[in-house]
Design a protein around this ligand. Structure first.
Ligand code: FE2
Ligand code: FE2
Length: 318
């Protein structure tokens, strides 16, 4: 991890004492399933569009050999936790959920890997038992309560997971949180802030308004940003864009970083879209947090992930 850049993020007053660094990985949008052998009867809805997109482009872009290299790299880097911010499938078929579950099992245990859904995982409505039930151990909160927002606390970090995955009309890839999830998010941010934890919010769609095309936007992104600005967070991580995205949410003199990653399985047919993931190392520093970020990307010539020259911008100060 030799391309780290340090970032100081000011958090809430300390009420718990954690000084040891905690390292976690963020990856997104693996779109890992293969659609070979799909039956025509399974495509009698919006899924036919996703299938054609897979045939035309995505099957060449999202490759299992990249995910195998990623798996090797994760084993070597050995983060204490891994977060996956959605779009594990292409068109959300039952077989794809099973393939994704096997892949999740290969990168870590449900205790060590946190997953949220993306819009491709809910392309059309699918009965719970045929889809998300397979991922439940990876999505569930520590208290095994209701899903989304979820809360998993690992050492000094509180992972707060959200779902923006709702079926959308053909040609749209929008997402929505809804009022209920936003209300509970506010409560969780307050609670974890009072406990002095580093609050990392996981969301599939880029939440900052204007940061994504209209047809791919988060419909209540403005409301999300208002909640985060009012109640505080240390970091917001997302996927969906299949490219590096860096934004901020302004909050009373503090800019809360909002960071998106390219697809974790992309061969990089389009410039700037090659697979990457981030390694975060979180350490308490009075006042607040020191968060180091190292980005690792796929090198096709070496069939391996290597440190990237790209660095995250220096973030923020009061
Ligand atoms: Fe995606
Ligand atoms: Fe997406």
């Amino acid at each position: 991890m030799n391309t780290r850049q340090s970032t100081t993020i000011v958090g809430n007053p300390l009420t718990e004492n954690h000084t040891k660094p905690f390292c976690f990985a963020h990856l997104s949008d693996p779109h890992l399933s293969t659609l070979q052998g799909v039956r025509p009867g399974q495509l009698m809805n919006k899924r036919v569009l996703g299938y054609l997109s897979w045939l035309r482009r995505r099957r060449a872009e999202h490759r299992m050999e990249v995910l195998e290299a990623l798996q090797r790299d994760l084993q070597q880097m050995h983060p204490a936790h891994i977060v996956v911010t959605g779009d594990l499938t292409h068109i959300g078929l039952p077989d794809e959920f099973l393939q994704a579950r096997r892949w999740l099992d290969s990168i870590g245990s449900p205790q060590d890997v946190t997953v949220i859904p993306g819009n491709h995982d809910t392309y059309v409505h699918l009965p719970w038992k045929d889809g998300f039930a397979h991922w439940l151990p990876y999505m569930q909160s520590d208290d095994a309560g209701k899903l989304f927002p979820g809360l998993r606390i690992r050492e000094s970090v509180a992972f707060i997971s959200l779902s923006t995955a709702v079926p959308s009309a053909p040609f749209l890839a929008t997402g929505s949180l809804g009022a209920q999830q936003l209300e509970k998010l506010a409560l969780l941010l307050d609670e974890t802030g009072r406990r002095g934890l580093c609050r990392v919010v996981l969301i599939h769609h880029p939440p900052v308004p204007g940061s994504e095309k209209w047809r791919k936007r988060l419909t209540d992104g403005r409301q999300f940003c208002d909640v985060v600005a009012r109640h505080g967070a240390e970091l917001v991580l997302h996927g969906h864009g299949h490219r590096t995205q860096e934004n901020f949410i302004e909050a009373e003199g503090v800019r809360i970083p909002v960071s998106g990653m390219p697809s974790a399985s992309a061969t990089g047919l389009r410039p700037g879209r090659q697979a990457q993931y981030s390694l975060y190392r979180v350490r308490r520093q009075e006042p607040g947090w020191l968060i180091d970020v190292a980005v690792r990307g796929y090198d096709a010539d070496r069939d391996a992930f290597t440190p990237q020259a790209r660095r995250k911008p220096v973030l923020p100060d009061r």
